[in-house]
Design a protein around this ligand. Sequence first.
Ligand SMILES: *Cc1c(COP(=O)(O)O)cnc(C)c1O
Length: 386
Amino acid sequence: MNGTDGDLPAPIPFHRPDVDEAEIEAVVETLRSGWLTTGPRVREFERRFAEEVGAPHAVAVNSGTAALHLALATLELGPGDEVLVPTMTFAATGEVVCYFGARPVLVDSEPETLNLDPGELADRVTDRTRAVIPVHFGGHPCAMDEIMQLAAEHGLAVIEDAAHGLPAAYRGRPVGSIGDFTCFSFYATKALTTGEGGMLTTADEEAAETARMLSLHGISKDAWKRYTAEGSWYYEIVRTGYKYNLTDVAAAIGLVQLDKLEAGRRRRAAIAARYSAGLADLPGARLPVSLGHVEHAWHLYPLRLPEDVDRDRFIRRMKEAGVQTSVHFIPLHLHPFYRETFGYEAGDFPVARRAYERSVSLPLFPGMRDDEVDRVVETVRRLVSS
Ligand SMILES: *Cc1c(COP(=O)(O)O)cnc(C)c1O
């Protein structure tokens, strides 16, 4: 660099959403159409999304959390029931279980992918266990064969938290077509964004109809159908419902974003490969892996730092050097709510805790340029060895 201290290169954000004129035009067109809430664009988005992930049914909702909540609601979960949840996840995966007064039974990570460890699942199943929620951490699909087999043996529902897993595949099968339910998030930082939004996919037509009904106040669609001839004012509330429907404005963004998914995935994979090539020989560091039988969505690039590096100081110095990073995740069992409510202790899940203490997620988004990736690599290398 020439020049003064003021000439530092522009900071590299942790994420930059991939939104351009096409999304803006789609929103404007929707606003002009006069149809703002759930309507034709939502139905089209559901149809095309289902096709994309090979799912027979898709129900659009206004968050990934809502998708998880509705999947559990179709099971009519109740107080005293238990649901297996990885400790290495975001708040949403555990809290939806608590909505029912049920108990999230936490499970440690498997050290390589940091996904829920299938070897630990069997030990935690009781006669109150109703479901398991595997989270495809960072975009790496979980060990679905093992999970599905255990679920079949014990009669558990498999609800995948695929907030990071789009588009991804496990042994040639797209995530969205494997478990009983798959829940996607369209939050601003996710691979497909509608600002806020989510999708529930399933092969179970009845469950899809129930979820759809619950997403709009528990109002029966059959009642609508039955009485539309006489007048569209009639409806019947058949269960406690929620207000989880997606808007046509959001779906219009989602339809444009769907077309970008594959290019986005390729770019993410290329950035991850560039990181891994640049950091491969960093002594003591552990890089994220992609096992041979999966197609990784590369939502995150969680680097595990060498033992002698002070992680928190490293993050501060990265920021000072113009590189924004993040940490995924603070395991659920370390949070006060989980410790106080369910009696978890810091030492309970050593793999997840250790990974959390060493982890820093590097910027990774399709609009990131190669020179930005290289600058992140150089900055990491410099700060790790000083
Ligand atoms: C983002 C995220 C969610 C929640 O999605 P929202 O759309 O924000 O409700 C759930 N689980 C994981 C792992 C996430 O990263």
